[in-house]
Design a protein around this ligand. Sequence first.
Ligand code: URA
Length: 235
Amino acid sequence: MRLDKFLAESTDLSRSQSRKVLSAGEITVNGEVVEKGTFIVNDGDVVAWDGEPLERVGLRYIMLNKPAGYECSLKNSQHPSVMNLIDIEKRDRLHTVGRLDVETTGLILITDDGQWTHRIISPKHRCDKVYLATLAAPLCEEAEARFAEGIVLDGEDRPTLPATVERVSPTLARLTIQEGKYHQVRRMFAALGNHVEQLHRERIGPLALDDDLAPGESRFLTADEVNALARAGDE
Ligand code: URA
């Protein structure tokens, strides 16, 4: 990894501040002053700033049980951001893996690994997203067939990918989709003439929201969970 990237991942220095401390000779690698940000740092090298060894913050992978009333943005705008619920260093590096509406609750993933995110949200990889929808009216008879063949949502040209629906009760449906168009679940039920009153995401690919994670609580994923999600949809 380049030394300037290492500094970005291990300090709060901006790029221009990094350049300054480098050219001031404040950074050493294995005890030798290095002034060039392009210098390659290898595993095991000790990078220090003014003699203090630096530790790189690795990539983070977090599951949050999103409460209603929070938005999936990096900063607060009309509603508080879900990032307020994560107490972690270098929080500004994190992003949510896709989005849930302000009123939607349940599983949201948060990370600073953009490639991992892309793998999960790209419809190409067909990673399941499972939602529990509380409906205003009983689910109509043709729901399974309409969702399986795909629905052309308002303002779209192409139908949604095939989706499956399970009837939990007349007004409670579990919907599995593999993409994440804007307000997709609400719009799919609206296309059937129904209305979603409450929406909760239970699962993404192989990863279910922990039962014992209260709304607003989060935890780091295990390495196995991170890897399983990176393969999600391929099976
Ligand atoms: N679909 C929706 O309509 N809302 C969400 O929050 C997620 C999926």
